[in-house]
Design a binder for this molecule. Structure first.
Ligand SMILES: N[C@@H](CCC(=O)N[C@@H](CS)C(=O)NCC(=O)O)C(=O)O
Length: 210
């Protein structure tokens, strides 16, 4: 299988961390070959990459029968079903629904505003976006508010979705790690629960995949 990836982009980062949690190597030795699509050089918009992914977005996973899977969560679900040990999407019906709920909240309420703050308010992202800086600033504020709420939500929880590490932690961790400097959305000194959670995720072996 070929995983079209870019090291410096949050969505492919989530897939790599998911693979890391499953212990699946990304050096080709376990059937996944990583192909770098250098977004800084505009390779995601090249005719070669668009032939695989017409929308020009990464990640894409080309599975053995040449089917192209896009969308981070669809790729993660495929990996989970192929490698069900150490489930990251939950086991029971209630676990699966709870993890889905938190993953979606983290994607829509944390990743999207941090990403939009970068894309619209950071001059480094000019080549990616027809920038509207005011919108970027609003999104930065929204991300900060969401991190405040997350700090409170983590007061009595080890992980985002409860007692077990899940894909919701991957989405939240990658959003904070990737955008904290690019979007100026750091964890604040008073956000102690959020910092404790972040530090605990930082010690996981899957970090080596990032
Ligand atoms: N919904 C997609 C989003 C993928 C996406 O937006 N990828 C970004 C990198 S994080 C990208 O390829 N951006 C290229 C562009 O905006 O031109 C997913 O979850 O995989």
């Amino acid at each position: 299988m070929k995983l079209y990836d870019f090291k410096y982009a949050v969505s492919p980062m989530r897939v790599r961390m998911f693979l890391g949690e499953k212990g699946i190597a990304i050096d080709g030795s376990q059937g996944i070959e990583l192909i770098n699509v250098d977004m800084m050089k505009g390779e995601h918009r090249s005719p070669e990459y668009r032939a695989i992914a017409p929308n020009g977005l990464v990640p894409s996973l080309v599975v053995t029968d040449n089917t192209v899977l896009q969308e981070t969560m669809a790729i993660c679900r495929y990996i989970e079903l192929e490698h069900p040990e150490n489930p990251l999407l939950g086991s029971s019906a209630l676990e699966q629904a709870t993890i889905e709920m938190w993953q979606r909240k983290m994607e829509m309420e944390l990743m999207m505003p941090t990403a939009m703050a970068f894309r619209h308010a950071n001059p480094m992202a000019k080549m990616l976006e027809d920038q509207v800086p005011e919108y970027g600033e609003k999104m930065r504020e929204r991300a900060k508010q969401r991190m405040n709420i997350l700090n409170k939500e983590l007061a009595n929880k080890t992980f985002i979705a409860g007692d077990t590490f899940s894909v919701a932690d991957i989405t939240a961790y990658c959003s904070i790690k990737f955008f904290k400097k690019l979007s100026d959305t750091p964890i604040l000194p008073e956000q102690e629960n959020l910092q404790r959670w972040y530090d605990s995720i930082n010690t996981r072996p899957s970090i080596a995949w990032l």
